[in-house]
Design a protein around this ligand. Structure first.
Ligand SMILES: O=C(O)CCC(=O)C(=O)O
Length: 369
């Protein structure tokens, strides 16, 4: 992707290095305004009482697809309408491979700082070791580091120099993991297309067929001495098609915004993936399925690791609501056509910013589109 974003606006500080320095109070750069904090103070900014303990995102058994395909499609449709998030079990990716990928990245973050710095990324491509998303000077930062890579299509794959040399199996394991999870994304797209009454290849075609992209972000959230004041990752929806997240089995942290506006903490099911609808599905489905805000909280006791695989459209094809889901009177096209290359510049400039971008796009469609 051509980008006009050059360098980080300030020297980059590794959150892991801060955390390991043993500081008792976090620097002011990481302190969120009271209404954005994951605390009682934030709850007082809210209009409704917390209901977190009563709610959980749906768990869908993909092993049922062969025998009860319609039932699975209905469950996926309900989850996409109600939550924009669900967990999948019996998804076909080997649990040993999932564990190996997670442990390879844990191994990377345990390497000495000087070695990791050799992979420092820039906002030009994001590939490598990073500690912030947007490039706005003076932005309040999140309490987390990450590693970002392109896995697909073949011609867009990150070149060898971007891959960590240690752990020695990191590249091989991540590439195998990526291939398996992309296959899962293709399966999920067929189920989602069908669940909207479209032909099963509709999503795949509309998003660019074999040229769909996949990127991997390994997220590392160090322990935090003041977890009530900050976030590991600020609220955002994902700009692409689908995200498949391998969460930490031991440490919770992901929170999803429910339709009622509450932050619900996800309890990962063993060997499951957490799947969420991205903005491009919201656009293609003409807002029948919605991408949903999520964020990450951190804690004082445990570090946390997660692997997010982002399945994205080809960068240069315009994405617009499927004509079959547009009805002139009661459901006009809600979004104008836009390529993913144009769309993702927003998050790359401004960082995680709730659903601001997709909301801003809504209503810009001309009657003819
Ligand atoms: O770490 C998590 O649980 C979520 C990560 C996430 O939302 C992301 O990488 O976009």
């Amino acid at each position: 992707m051509a980008s006009c974003i050059g360098e980080w606006p300030e020297p980059v500080v590794r959150v892991q290095a801060l955390a390991e320095s043993g500081l008792a109070a976090i620097p002011s750069r990481y302190i969120k305004p009271p209404c954005q904090r994951p605390t009682a103070a934030a709850a007082s900014c809210r209009t409704k009482p917390q209901q977190q303990h009563e709610l959980s995102i749906p768990v869908i058994d993909l092993g049922e697809l062969l025998l009860r395909g319609n039932v699975v499609a209905e469950a996926v449709a309900a989850a996409c309408r109600e939550w924009g998030f669900f967990q999948v079990v019996n998804h076909g990716v080997r649990p040993e491979l999932m564990r190996a990928a997670r442990e390879a990245w844990r191994g990377f973050f345990r390497r000495p700082l000087a070695e990791k710095q050799g992979y420092a990324n820039s906002p030009r491509t994001y590939e490598g070791y990073g500690s912030r998303l947007g490039v706005q000077k003076g932005a309040v930062l999140d309490w987390g580091d990450y590693y970002f890579l392109h896995l697909a299509p073949e011609k867009a794959k990150s070149s060898g120099k971007y891959w960590p040399a240690n752990p020695a199996n990191c590249k091989e394991v991540s590439e195998e993991y990526g291939r398996e999870v992309v296959r899962l994304c293709e399966l999920l797209m067929r189920v989602m297309s069908t669940s909207l009454g479209l032909d099963q290849e509709h999503f795949h075609r509309a998003f660019g067929g074999a040229e769909c992209g996949a990127t991997l972000r390994a997220n590392y959230y160090p322990r935090c001495p003041q977890p009530d004041l900050t976030l590991g990752l600020s609220p955002h929806s994902d700009p692409g098609v689908l995200t498949v997240l391998l969460a930490d089995e031991q440490v919770r942290g992901l929170q999803v915004r429910s339709r009622a506006g509450d932050w619900v903490t996800v309890q990962p099911v063993r060997d499951a993936f957490i799947v969420n609808v991205g903005d491009q599905i919201q656009i293609l489905s003409n807002c029948i399925y919605k991408s949903v805000e999520h964020r990450v909280i951190v804690n004082a006791k445990d570090e946390r690791i997660s692997l997010a695989l982002f399945y994205n459209p080809r960068g240069n094809i315009p994405i617009a609501p499927a004509p079959e889901l547009v009805k002139a009177e009661d459901r006009p096209a809600l979004y104008p056509p836009m390529t993913f290359d144009e769309y993702r510049l927003f998050i790359r400039t401004k960082g995680a910013n709730g659903k601001a971008q997709i909301e801003a796009l809504k209503g810009q469609a001309s009657p003819a589109s």
